[in-house]
Design a protein around this ligand. Structure first.
Ligand SMILES: [Zn+2]
Length: 300
């Protein structure tokens, strides 16, 4: 059974959540009014928003347990003790990879909240519709659905911890979600949605060789989304699998054509506050729209 490593677009659509959305809307509104609706205002507001989310979540998980590591802290229920230990081990390894590869080490251990079933995850975010997400990145925190809930062939963490850990490494969404965290914290949210989804898939591809390919997102035989579709209405596009796939393949072609360090250069410029199009042009010598048109021409 195919399982999408979708992050449910939570990183960009906090207002889709009812009361939690309202809470963040209120804080963001107050902070942005205090600092101005500017790039600088956002960069000041973001750490406060992340901290606010963390405090809120630790209060909501106050009856649970934790597994603490140097780089992460896994919140879980008492029935998830073994899974939480294995998740913690994997999270530490993934974060070490980011430290080595991207020189990124979060200032505080990354909070990871573990959910045993899809309903409790949906209830937590007050989702009305069914979601396929196995992992979510939202405001500095990571939310994970226990693998047993999205793959019935997963072994018992108690009886086969080695196999469980290996499958979670290969199929779990931690590289994807931590890529979102890295990009968000490094650039203070200075990127479009299509880019963070492309980059998260690029990391998965680099580290695991994983690509999200299903019949619905094959490029051949169907019209492709335009650059404006991806930049202006990514979350509203009906074929999300295709939007993800196009974003990934476009970014992959750029990284392969210009060397992977070009992405590091792009992130450095974004972290300095350059608008995305300007940063892209500085690194690749053309606008992102021009790059995209060339890519579309190649894949036709
Ligand atoms: Zn994602």
């Amino acid at each position: 059974m195919f399982v999408a490593k979708d992050c449910a677009k939570m990183n960009t659509n906090p207002l889709g959540i009812r009361w939690k959305g309202f809470f963040f809307f209120l804080i963001t509104f107050v902070l942005l009014f205090s600092f101005g609706f500017s790039r600088q205002g956002m960069s000041i507001a973001q750490p406060l928003l992340h901290q606010g989310n963390y405090l809120l979540e630790t209060w909501r998980f106050r009856d649970g347990k934790t597994v603490e590591g140097p780089r992460s802290i896994v919140y879980h229920t008492s029935s998830q003790e073994r899974q939480a230990l294995l998740v913690s081990k994997e999270a530490e390894q993934v974060l070490r990879t980011f430290e080595k590869r991207y020189h990124f080490r979060p200032e505080q251990p990354v909070p990871i909240f573990l959910f045993s079933d899809r309903r409790s995850l949906s209830d937590h975010f007050s989702w009305n519709k069914s979601q396929n997400a196995t992992g979510i990145y939202f405001s500095g925190s990571i939310y994970l659905l226990s693998p047993e809930a999205w793959n019935e062939t997963f072994p018992s963490a108690a009886h086969a911890p080695g196999k469980w850990a290996r499958l979670f490494h290969e199929r779990g969404p931690l590289y994807h979600e931590i890529a979102h965290l890295y990009l968000d914290q490094t650039t203070r949210g200075n990127y479009p949605v299509w880019y963070t989804e492309a980059f998260a898939q690029w990391v998965e591809y680099q580290e695991l060789g994983y690509e999200w390919v299903i019949p619905a997102n094959r490029l051949a035989g169907q019209p492709l989304y335009t650059f404006d579709d991806l930049t202006k209405r990514f979350n509203q596009l009906p074929n999300q699998a295709l939007a993800y796939r196009q974003s990934f393949l476009f970014l992959r072609s750029m990284a392969e054509k210009h060397s992977e360090s070009s992405l590091d250069n792009l992130h450095t410029r974004l972290s300095e506050g350059a608008p995305f199009s300007n940063a892209w042009r500085q690194v690749f010598g053309e606008s992102p729209k021009e790059s995209y048109k060339q890519w579309q021409h190649q894949v036709k």
